[in-house]
Design a protein around this ligand. Sequence first.
Ligand SMILES: NC(=O)c1ccc[n+]([C@@H]2O[C@H](COP(=O)([O-])OP(=O)(O)OC[C@H]3O[C@@H](n4cnc5c(N)ncnc54)[C@H](OP(=O)(O)O)[C@@H]3O)[C@@H](O)[C@H]2O)c1
Length: 327
Amino acid sequence: MAEDKMKAILVEGGQMQPGSYPMPIRCPNDILVEVKAAGVNRADTLQRQGKYPPPQGASPLLGLEVAGIVAEAGSKVSQWQKGDKVFGLLPGGGYAQYACMHQNMAMPIPEELNFTEAAALPEVFLTAYQALVWLAKVQKGERVLIHAGASGVGTAAIQIAREMEAEVLVTASAEKHPICLELGARHAIDYKKGSFKDEVYRLTDGEGVDVIIDFVAAPYFQDNLSALRKDGRLVMLALLGGVKLPEANLLPILQKRLSIMGSTLRSRSPEYQARLTRELADFMLPRLRDGRIRPVIDKVYPWEKVNEAHAYMEENKSKGKIILSVE
Ligand SMILES: NC(=O)c1ccc[n+]([C@@H]2O[C@H](COP(=O)([O-])OP(=O)(O)OC[C@H]3O[C@@H](n4cnc5c(N)ncnc54)[C@H](OP(=O)(O)O)[C@@H]3O)[C@@H](O)[C@H]2O)c1
């Protein structure tokens, strides 16, 4: 392979296979990371299907998070040098032998973690931290309901909320309850058995919850409004169940002074993402070192088996993260 080319996962007709691709263009503030492991995200599966174009200027290759070794540091890079082990978020381009990462988006891999474990952290912990701390402003002692509790973002959110001394409730498929409880959820609700709202009332003596982190959207909207107590906050992060509401009763929003927020991490400015990364690193790195927080990994696939990895995610069976190991 010529030096200006690298191996990468290429998409053709919705299928992925390893191929040859130009090396990333390095900017003065970037580090070139030799990728050892890359996280799989729903955004990758949507991008593969042509439903989620990468932001302007981003690599068209899939992959939003990696862990690896700094192979080169740009002329304006002050914090990193060749050989450092780093992990972090990317605007794209993670399914490749090399990826360019802005120096402010990289975090040092604690000695206690390997590359696979580190690649399981950035997207889900940044998303969960932003939702719980920056948007919902969760306070000690508050009750937080996390939907899809065993998802990648859900497993991160349970751990962060637990560390903030909030009381955590989750919804998840029944077979995924043990991992949610092990990570610190006090109650796990099987949303397939009946209304989660009724269970929330039962478990909270009719009081409801202060904060809801939601990925399901339309089918949960009305029950989310019902399950929140006064001054409750709903943070919507995905639309897995649908985008359109045939009808809704909006009265609880006024009666209970509710706040409804939405966000996507990828649409945030590089400055915002860098600030979030710095704050998360302060919160997360010491807790990773002493084991209070841990990456939750379901399966690791060699990157040649990336089609299997996407199919596994799309089956909704996974608990925590799916990772590609890059050889
Ligand atoms: N806004 C942001 O900044 C941001 C950032 C990262 C991810 N996301 C989005 O957040 C969502 C979760 O991401 P992830 O990587 O954590 O996902 P994931 O690990 O693949 O987990 C998704 C889980 O959600 C549950 N689920 C799927 N469809 C559902 C439905 N219609 N109703 C109820 N539950 C459903 C399933 O668990 P059960 O078996 O328990 O139902 C599924 O395993 C994705 O849509 C992703 O695109 C948003």
